[in-house]
Design a protein around this ligand. Structure first.
Ligand code: 3H9
Length: 728
């Protein structure tokens, strides 16, 4: 159905304009033009007394069509003349207007509704201005109308957090004038519109209102506070400040001046790379569900209603929690009663923590908990649709378990392993060929009930149906899936192994690890630096996982002496109270002088200072530190693309953002690398390879063929490799 705004005049003299662009009635230019033309028609028609604007299907509108931002530069080719005029015509045209809101009214959708003289909502509707999460600011007058409808304090909160509010909060705030059941929406909106036309109700124009705005002094203080908060929370981002500029102008000089400033600030934000990166992440996150050859193969996903989880440790209990929260029946198996009790209480604690944080009610937590049953044997396994094995990383044990599963489960049941280090084909190696088709990796990230990513690892034998069903399950449990090929570390851990290694290489060259962490966290925007991350993961785990990469890719690894030394001294990180940092009782980190002798010995045994730097520790700028750590990561990411481990480069962007906290406003690893430019990355890696060659470490930096080819041809790394043989 082509995007449009449908127009009809009903017998009571109300013109109903329906925004129509399924599934969310995004405001495509054709919808906006349709709305504008319909409004002019209604205002000019003497038989029309009032106007109701609504949306087709389940939603009012999710705002401006974000696809347009990708098609055209500088804010999506927005027609400022029409768009500026729409709200003017809605608000102050010849006939009063009322918005009838069901589902979502977000961004431009809510701005259209705020342009109307009144708003009627339905239970469950969601209202918000989430433009900032796309790197822009509201551009249809939202920065001016929302503060005038709900007050500055709440309006700023809604814009800066991008979080929508529901019908009850909307009514309380004054954003909605009434909430009625869905079946009565249109009638209620029409009644209100006719009452306004008849003068029974006042015709309010939100841009003119001053009753909800805080007095000037208070308003200025609120804006100042918001500026400081935004600068602290998002120090790399300028668009929140641009949004506040527009709000401030409106407060100081009135709504019309504010609208003008909003237009300028919108254009400035839309020109930033941040906007392009965040729009890229918006679509990339939704496209990971579409896997070439799987989701387009004409198969129907089967519902996974019951799942057995093997192992109630940290991962197993987290996975069980995620499943139960989504209403999936869970059978949790452990080897003895004590371990089973431990697993069940971990799940209970996960639920309790959500209740405590106000993220769910006690009743909902109880209902979710009731979905979980404990067991010590395989007797109930014949009734499950899927098993997720989350026992310790021991290949012999896993193979024995999978043989038991082959015997105990129904022939359709998916047999998944949550291993992060073991070759999935080896796990299923001893099974019958038909069973091997049902074996897949379901790699959750810890804590599994919190982290949003699920790496679905396919082997050469995994069937398309099994992948499709696992994709379906991931949607059901609200995880973003990324289907990847089977290799050491799969996609995420493999791409990031050079990160910790490069950090250690710098430290072993004499650079202070806390300085490195500061450059990567504060400087680049990662949630924490590599040494702080190592303390979180545990140096024992890091050492164990690192060995896999040393075995798999010996030509491009750096092995520091620091990890074996820390493990031997039981400096395992946060869990043991000290690692690179020391931790207080509340697990807050601070630099630890006691780690210095370990670092000194590691520097001495590495010998890099003498071999590479002539005895003088290098003085690296923040930018040089970022490049030294991230360019080897980009290099490995390019290998992963080249080998067809991911379906498309954008999947790697989503995976790095969701699993590693790579800043979304940089667009993910490969998007960021394209902004930096393959040419620069290759030149720098070659220079580093040369510099570290005397220490036998040229291979660690040597750029791969994919990267070099992109640098030579000018192709973007995110274009993927033409004609690449996919492993998927
Ligand atoms: C704006 O309004 C700027 C203005 O201030 C002024 C400009 C001058 N456009 O997420 P889902 C698609 S900026 C185009 O899977 P859910 C989405 O890609 C906009 N497409 O479902 C997906 O397509 P596909 C401010 C959109 O139920 C399909 O709809 N608005 C848009 O989990 C279903 O989406 C926002 O930032 C759009 N605006 O969540 C709201 N929205 O099936 C962004 C969605 O092909 N949207 N699509 O993959 C959302 O937050 C969620 O999509 C929503 C539905 C809550 C609406």
């Amino acid at each position: 159905m082509a995007p449009s705004a449908e127009y009809r005049v009903e017998s009571d003299g109300v013109a109903v304009i329906t925004l129509s662009n399924p599934p969310v009635n995004a405001l495509h230019p054709a919808v906006l033009k349709g709305l504008f033309d319909s409004l002019r028609r209604a205002h000019a028609d003497p038989n029309v007394k009032a106007v109701v604007v609504t949306g087709s299907g389940k939603n009012f509108s999710a705002g401006f069509d974000i696809n347009q931002f990708q098609k055209q530069s500088g804010g999506g080719g927005i027609d400022g003349n029409i768009n500026g005029a729409i709200c003017e015509v809605l608000e102050g045209g010849a006939k009063p207007t009322v918005a009838a809101i069901q589902g979502v009214a977000l961004g431009g959708g809510l701005e259209v509704a705020m342009g109307c003289n009144a708003r009627v909502g339905t239970p469950g509707c969601r209202l918000g201005l989430p433009e900032l999460q796309l790197g822009i600011i509201p551009g249809f007058g939202g920065t001016q109308r929302l503060p005038r409808l709900v007050g500055l304090q709440q309006a700023i909160q809604m814009m800066l957090t991008s979080a929508p509010i529901g019908d009850k909060a909307g009514l309380k705030a004054g954003l909605l004038d009434a909430v009625v059941p869905q079946g009565e929406l249109l009638a209620a909106a029409k009644r209100r519109a006719l009452d306004i036309a008849a003068g029974v109700l006042p015709r309010l124009q939100s841009l003119q209102r001053t009753d909800r705005l805080e007095p000037y002094g208070e308003a200025t203080a609120i804006i100042d506070f918001a500026r400081a908060q935004a600068a602290k929370r998002a120090r790399h981002l300028t668009h929140p400040q641009l949004c506040l500029d527009a709000i401030q102008e409106g407060v100081a000089k009135g709504g019309l001046a504010g609208l003008k400033k909003e237009g300028e600030a919108f254009a400035a934000a839309a020109a930033l790379d941040t906007h392009k990166a965040l729009v890229h992440i918006f679509f990339a996150t939704r496209s990971t569900k579409k896997v070439t050859g799987v989701t387009d193969a004409g198969l129907k996903p089967r519902k996974v209603a019951a799942v057995a989880v093997l192992g109630g440790g940290l991962m197993g209990s987290g996975i069980a929690t995620a499943l139960a929260l989504a209403g999936v029946k869970v059978l949790l198996k452990e080897v003895n009663q004590q371990f089973l009790d431990g697993g069940m209480s971990r799940i209970r604690a996960n639920m309790a923590s959500r209740v405590k944080k106000g993220r769910m009610s006690q009743a909902a937590a109880d209902a979710a908990m009731a979905k979980v049953t404990g067991t010590l044997d395989y007797s109930g396994f014949g009734g499950v649709d899927m098993v997720i094995e989350a026992v310790i990383e021991d290949i012999g044990l896993k193979q024995r378990i999978f043989a038991d599963l082959e015997a105990s489960c129904a022939p359709h049941a998916i047999l998944a392993t949550n291993t992060s280090t073991i070759d999935i084909e080896l796990v299923g190696a001893k099974l019958k060929p038909a069973t091997r088709e049902r074996v897949v990796g379901a790699h959750f990230f810890s804590p599994a009930h919190v982290m949003p990513l699920l790496e679905i690892v396919r082997t050469r034998h995994t069937s398309k149906q099994v992948l499709l069903d696992t994709l379906e399950l991931s949607s059901a449990i609200k995880k973003t899936p990324v289907v990847v090929g089977n290799c050491t570390g799969f996609a995420v851990n493999r791409v990031f192994f050079p990160y910790t290694m490069a950090a250690c290489l710098l430290m072993d060259s004499g650079v202070n690890p806390y300085q490195i962490d500061a450059a990567i966290a504060g400087g680049f925007g990662m949630p924490m630096g590599p040494f702080r991350l190592s303390d979180l993961v545990g140096s024992d785990i890091g050492l164990h996982v690192g060995k896999n990469f040393v075995d798999s890719f010996p030509q491009r690894v750096y092995v520091s002496g620091i990890f074996p030394a820390l493990v031997e001294a039981k400096r395992l990180g946060e869990k043991s109270g000290a690692g690179f940092y020391k931790f207080d009782a509340k697990r807050r980190p601070s630099p630890d002088p006691a780690v210095e002798p370990f670092i000194r010995r590691s520097v001495e045994s590495a010998g890099l200072l003498g071999k590479v730097f002539g005895g003088k520790p290098p003085k690296l700028s923040q930018q040089e530190t970022i490049e030294l750590l991230f360019f080897p990561v980009v290099n490995e990411g390019c290998r992963v693309i080249d080998e067809g481990i991911v379906d498309k480069p954008a999947d790697l962007d989503v995976a790095t953002v969701m699993a590693m906290g790579f800043p979304p406003y940089r667009g993910g690893l490969i998007f960021w690398a394209d902004l930096v430019g393959a040419k620069h990355i290759v030149a720098r890696l070659q220079q580093l390879a040369q510099q570290f060659a005397p220490a036998g470490l040229a291979g660690f930096f040597e750029p791969c063929e994919y990267l070099k080819a992109a640098a030579a041809s000018g192709r973007r790394l995110s274009d993927g490799r033409a004609g690449a043989a996919s492993k998927l």
